[in-house]
Design a protein around this ligand. Structure first.
Ligand code: NAP
Length: 539
């Protein structure tokens, strides 16, 4: 059965819900395909123990642009919301806005081919269906394709096996079990303390230690929530204009040039406050000045050494191979103190690499381990992994993965030349994962809806970024990236976690506010850099 819509949106997380709502306001017919059986995207799949948001919950939600009423009605219970509460919120939003009726759940997109003759996208799904639409919007999330490294012997392992990014819906009980966790990124750092509380013994296999910042999570009191709610209009404006999508007080100045005593006090204050304040509200040059970065890296290493009792373990946990914030710093709750427990062991797999997974556990270059369960907290093929799995094929039969074989090439991270009427939410070369996500998402979806509305006004039904505009954006993106320390560190932000993935900075690091201004300017100039014409044949 073929069905036809004005737009198809892929994904029903924050991005898909926001896009659906924006397109509805244009009275468009929209179909959303979602591979999960419910809304939520990242928050639908990532149900591992300890999963919670690293953005403060009062800012990790749709803003007044989306619905002032929902903003007022919804109240978070904790400073950093746990996964079930975020999923509840997204279901609340979905029902409040009556979004569910346009979403087809349990359906993955298997192909999306631009049909030049009809100026439409032809979308195939794993239920055997074919759907056509003028516009195709990907809202597939940045970290939605899990990375399970090809450890030798993986297929022989007979015990329980989990990946944090595809966690079972039923509770997993580790009580009395011998458990391994491989990976100490933001996910592992959240899961490890929770698993340690249950397991008989937990062995953590670490490749790279991170600079973990205390979350200092707490229940939110009514007075604070009311204060925030009263200030929301200004707070959202501030977040939209900010560097990272959070309404924090930016403090200009170089850490390296500050008097050591002042620096120490500022770091300590922010450390005690918890959350990302230490990176965002102390000094402004950590990502561009190695000397400044050394000061904050030293500060955090000292805190780790103070917390972890065994000096050898503390040394393994103190990062020295990369500057602070050149990998995503995790927020931690009881992470470092977990290594003071008798039932937790840390293994440095740089010194003793995992040689093979075995039937009963795994073997490093030094030792054999038996496990009842192995938890892979090994991350994602981020930013492009899911886009490439969808079989997106543009003009002249060009596949997206072929066009991007040497790395993404986009105009504003929102469009790409050769793929008419295709829009990406939080695509590569947009702020995406370097922003508090809902703020980046709303900017993207509002801009896309604005472009479609403009096309209507000028009688266009075909939009395509020009090759020249795209070259200009990629050049700017790379210039901004090159000015930072980010490319020098092996992180998933630069694709280093996936063998063979092109090394380039995937998110745009020029800032959320600056990006917003650039996009607004493009719009003001009649969507400069995008060819807008009428191509649909008269039937
Ligand atoms: P990640 O940051 O990519 O961490 C994966 C971990 O697995 C790293 O420690 C990595 O080591 C290790 N690893 C990967 N391949 C390996 C291999 N072949 N052998 C041994 N170790 C291997 O993934 P993640 O922790 O799932 O986090 C991904 C992103 O999700 C975060 O950066 C963050 O943006 C987001 N996140 C957000 C929240 C939140 O806000 N609530 C929570 C969790 C995650 P290396 O570091 O050496 O590569």
């Amino acid at each position: 059965m073929t069905t036809d819509f004005d737009a198809v949106v892929v994904g029903a997380g924050f991005g898909g819900l926001s896009m659906l709502q924006n397109l509805r306001q244009l009275d468009m017919s929209v179909k959303v395909f979602e591979r999960g059986d419910g809304v939520g995207g990242t928050w639908y799949w990532n149900r591992y123990p300890g999963a919670r948001c690293d953005s403060e919950s009062v800012y990790y939600m749709f803003s007044d642009h989306f619905s002032p009423q929902i903003l007022d009605e919804w109240t978070w219970s904790e400073r950093f919301a746990a996964q079930p509460e975020i999923l509840d919120y997204l279901n609340f939003v979905t029902d409040k806005m009556d979004l569910r009726r346009d979403i087809q759940f349990g359906t993955a997109v298997t192909g999306a081919v631009y049909d030049e003759a009809n100026n439409r996208w032809e979308i195939t799904t794993d239920d055997g269906g074919t759907t056509t639409a003028r516009y195709l919007v990907t809202a597939v999330g940045c970290i939605s394709t899990t990375n399970l490294p090809a450890f030798p012997g993986l297929a022989d392992y007979a015990g329980e096996r989990y990946h944090t990014g595809a966690w079972p819906h039923e509770p997993v009980d580790f009580s009395g079990k011998r458990v391994a966790v491989i990976g100490t990124g933001a996910t592992g750092v959240q899961a490890i303390p929770e698993i340690a509380k249950q397991a008989a013994h937990l062995v953590v296999f670490q490749r790279t230690p991170n600079y973990d910042i205390p979350a200092r999570n707490r229940p939110l009191d009514t007075e604070y929530v009311q204060e925030v709610k009263a200030e929301y209009p200004e707070l959202w404006e501030k977040a939209r204009a900010s560097g990272f999508g959070l309404p924090y007080q930016v403090v200009e100045g170089s850490a390296a040039e500050a008097p050591p005593e002042e620096r120490q006090q500022r770091y300590q204050r922010a450390w005690d406050k918890g959350g990302f304040y230490i990176g965002l509200e102390t000094y402004s040059d950590f990502l561009v000045n190695k000397d400044s970065n050394d000061t904050i890296s030293d500060f955090i290493r000292s805190r780790i050494r103070e917390t972890v009792r065994d000096p050898a373990t503390a040394e393994l946990l103190a990062p020295s191979d990369h500057p602070f914030s050149t990998k995503r710093p995790p927020l931690e709750t009881d992470y470092y103190v977990t290594y003071n427990r008798d039932n937790v062991t840390l293994v440095d797999i740089n010194r003793t690499p995992i040689a093979t997974i075995t039937r009963d556990g795994l073997r490093t270059s030094e030792q054999e381990y038996a496990f009842d369960a192995i938890v892979f907290a090994t991350g994602f093929d981020a930013m492009t992994g899911t886009l490439f799995k969808m079989g997106i094929t543009g003009r002249d039969g060009l596949a997206l993965e072929d066009k991007w074989a040497d790395g993404p090439s986009t105009y504003l991270g929102l469009t790409t030349h050769g793929f008419p009427n295709l829009f990406m939410i939080t695509g590569p070369q947009s702020p995406s994962v370097l922003s508090n996500m809902p703020v980046a998402i709303e900017q993207n979806t509002e801009w896309i809806a604005g472009l479609i509305e403009h096309m209507r006004e000028v009688g266009a039904d075909y939009s395509e970024a020009t090759a020249e505009a795209e070259r200009g954006w990629v050049e700017h993106h790379n210039q901004v990236a090159d000015a930072t320390l980010l490319l020098g560190t092996n992180s998933w932000w630069v694709g280093a976690n996936i063998p063979g993935k092109p090394r380039t900075l995937y998110p745009y690091v020029g800032g959320v506010g600056a990006f917003r201004d650039i996009c607004a300017d493009v719009a003001r100039k009649g969507y400069e850099g995008i060819t807008l014409t009428s191509r649909t044949p008269v039937r």
